[in-house]
Design a binder for this molecule. Structure first.
Ligand SMILES: [Cu+2]
Length: 493
């Protein structure tokens, strides 16, 4: 045994039932997945921030690959106007994407930035060894750890921090993906993207503005405030949407960091040609929704046929529309009326995300700095009105005859503008007359919107379509009505 290197002993102990041939310890592969010793000079791995994926590896031999990953604790935007202190691998949530080849010897360096407050480590699900590396990588702020592993198994693997309290480190965004390419590589495609879901727990409610603290009790109760792709509500919408052209092949590396929820990953209006479920070697074909366990991953491939905005969701659908688990895949190119006749109507599924929510963020910043202008409030309100109130009252506020009263030029609204607050919060039932026409229908409470949002929406409504502007609504007056009136049973608070 003394003639064997320490590393060989390490691997031998893992190979249960393996009878080593001692005739030439250095000769040839010993273990399944061990494709021989590294060839050539060490290679520094290219790491990418989501949604980007490092370029394919075209190497024909195993190599020594050096991965340098730095942990940063950073305050970033989790939703428009909402800040959160993320703990990150490489400055982003999810962390940097790592790509190696089966058989590679990976020299892993974990650095904990000196400005950080917490110790961290890393558990790579693609590593065979105690803690997946966690046992060798505990790193205090300002320090660096190093360990080496051989990537024996191909596949797509989650990595995450495993420092106590583990759930808190993961909930703060400490997870990412490592791809171990098969020796022959993956089939070429036109685009590869990196999407990873996570659930987040803040003391404030969904979209409550300002810097939000982590809520341990909500995390223990598994009641997330946010469920997100790539760590922010806006990471895959607007200018950040994923893109392709008609007729292209796309590969998604999809992970789920959890810490708690399982993802029902779905792309509205697309069908996955192939899904390597659970990140394994088999694939399923013609898949609508694939389940990504917490701490698991999958590879999905599809090809684009018609243009449009395809909405990426966790099909546990309240998470998509009320907790942020929504992204856009934007396909441009020629229509194909044989495949799909229609014109694109974004707002059917996109809700308020059909509009850029940048104005909402600007208004939130302005509010925090005590300089919110009427114009900013109106712009934010317009973005929020779209896809919420506009569904019934229509984008131009004209309503629909016999069903939804108009908000544009409404004599009722003009006469009693403040009554719009309890209507928006608590809904309205029974006969109501607007511009001489009687409506007798039901408006559901919209109390899932927060005080800022309702104030901005009502300010927009009363300053648009020729409505005579009154004083802008304030979040404080919305809150006062929220606190002093009763909502119907079952309404959100
Ligand atoms: Cu950590």
């Amino acid at each position: 045994m003394t003639s064997l290197s320490i590393k060989s002993v390490f691997f031998l102990t893992l190979a249960v039932g393996f009878t080593p041939s001692f005739a030439g310890a250095a000769a040839g592969p010993a273990l399944e997945g061990d494709l021989g010793p590294p060839v050539g000079p060490p290679i520094h791995a290219i790491l990418t921030a989501p949604p980007n994926v490092p370029p394919p590896i075209h190497r024909k031999h195993p190599a020594k690959v050096i991965v340098e990953l730095e942990v940063r604790e950073l305050e970033k935007e989790i939703s428009e106007g909402v800040r959160y202190t993320f703990w990150t691998f490489g400055g982003t949530t999810p962390g940097s994407f790592i790509r190696v080849r089966q058989g590679d010897t990976v020299e892993f360096h974990l650095k904990n930035h000196p400005d950080n407050k917490m110790p961290h480590n890393i558990d790579l699900h693609g590593v065979v060894g105690p803690g997946g590396g966690a046992a060798s990588s505990f790193t205090a702020p300002g320090h660096e750890s190093q360990f080496t592993f051989k990537a024996l198994h191909q596949g797509i693997y989650v990595y995450h921090c495993a420092t106590s309290p583990v759930g808190m480190h993961i909930a703060n965004g400490m997870y990412g993906l490592m791809l171990v390419e098969p020796p022959e590589g993956l089939k070429p495609v036109d685009h590869e993207y990196y999407v990873m879901q996570g659930d987040f727990y803040t003391v404030g409610k969904y979209r409550e503005k300002g810097l939000q603290a982590f809520d341990m009790q909500k995390a223990i109760d598994e009641k997330p405030t946010y469920v997100l792709f790539n760590g922010s509500e806006s990471s895959l919408i607007g200018d950040n949407a994923l893109t392709a052209k008609v007729g292209e092949k796309v590969r998604l590396f999809i992970g789920n960091g959890g810490p708690n929820l399982v993802s029902s990953f779905h792309m509205i209006g697309e069908i996955f040609d192939k899904v390597w479920f659970e990140g394994g070697t088999r694939y399923q074909e013609n898949v609508q929704t694939t389940l990504i366990p917490s701490g698991g991953a999958a590879i999905a491939e599809f090809h684009t046929v018609v243009p449009g905005s395809f909405v990426i969701v966790d099909h546990s659908i309240f998470r998509a529309f009320n907790k942020g688990a929504l992204g856009i895949f934007k396909v441009t190119g020629e229509e194909n009326k044989l495949v799909y006749s229609g014109k694109e109507v974004d707002s059917v599924y996109l809700g308020d995300k059909a509009e850029s929510l940048a104005a909402v963020g600007q208004a939130a910043t302005a509010t925090a700095e005590g300089r919110l202008s009427l114009e900013e409030q109106v712009k934010a309100g317009e973005a929020l009105f779209t896809g919420t109130c506009s569904v019934c009252h229509q984008p131009n506020g004209q309503g629909i005859e016999g069903a939804f009263p108009p908000l544009a030029g409404s004599d009722l609204l003009a006469a009693t503008p403040k009554r719009a607050i309890p209507i928006a919060l608590n809904g309205l039932t029974g006969p109501v007359t607007v511009n001489g026409k009687t409506f007798n229908s039901v408006m559901p409470p919209m109390s899932q919107l927060n005080d800022d949002e309702i104030a901005n929406i009502l300010t927009y409504v009363t300053h648009s379509w020729g409505n005579k502007g009154i004083e802008p609504y304030t979040a404080a007056e919305i809150k006062a009505i929220r606190d002093s009136t009763a909502r119907p049973a079952g309404a959100a608070n």
